[in-house]
Design a protein around this ligand. Structure first.
Ligand code: SF4
Ligand code: SF4
Length: 192
């Protein structure tokens, strides 16, 4: 399991090959939650690597790091982080936690950006508190309608662009687009 988590982190840091391998791994599970995770990963990939969100995040001032539930730091995150900094974190139910406001936030930026936890890379398209209702109502058919908090203008920008790509694909194919089709449309999109 550790290996797939590390692969997912590599994917979210921009490794397209790792993204495709992670999607392939998830496709071997024919259950709604795995399908949700696949589409969610593509949105996360777009958020971290494809769409320029500097202006939105700077204007926002980094609200996602200031409030909300503590950030979970899984064992694979912990291992990576301890290679760079000395960590002293509380553990709850066997998971390390970083309370918010996060002590690693400097201004609106993250001072540990290159080795921040998975939960930060996946925000807001996988965090349980944002997507719990979406996951609960998702039947495994098609692209989920992800929830983005109103204050997260960067997430809203990603969702708007992805939704418009998906709308075009639905029109063109007359069905729900497959994950690889969404990914290719994202990589080929010239509007960003
Ligand atoms: S990701 Fe969203 S909430 Fe976080 S800093 Fe950017 S705009 Fe703000
Ligand atoms: S680790 Fe970085 S991205 Fe994550 S909450 Fe803290 S400041 Fe924000």
């Amino acid at each position: 399991m550790q290996a797939i988590h590390l692969l997912t982190k590599r994917a979210l840091k921009g490794d397209l090959d790792a993204l495709r391998k992670t999607i392939q791994f998830l496709e071997s599970y024919d259950v709604p939650v795995a399908k949700f995770a696949i589409y969610s990963l593509i949105y996360q990939y777009a958020m971290n690597n494809i769409i320029n969100l500097k202006e939105e995040c700077e204007k926002c001032g980094g609200k996602c790091c200031k409030s909300g539930l503590p950030v979970p730091v899984y064992d694979f995150d912990y291992e990576e982080m301890t290679k760079h900094i000395r960590l002293k974190l509380e553990k709850k139910n066997s998971i390390y936690l970083i309370p918010r406001p996060c002590k690693y936030q400097k201004g609106w930026t993250c001072s540990i950006n290159s080795f921040k936890p998975y939960a930060c890379l996946s925000y807001p398209f996988a965090t349980e508190d944002e997507q719990i209702e979406v996951i609960k109502n998702y039947n495994g058919k098609g692209v989920p309608d992800f929830n983005v908090p109103d204050f997260c203008t960067a997430g809203k920008k990603v969702k708007a662009l992805m939704d418009s790509l998906i709308k075009n694909l639905r029109k063109e194919k007359g069905r729900e687009p497959k994950p690889e089709e969404v990914l290719i449309a994202l990589l080929n999109d010239k509007r960003r």
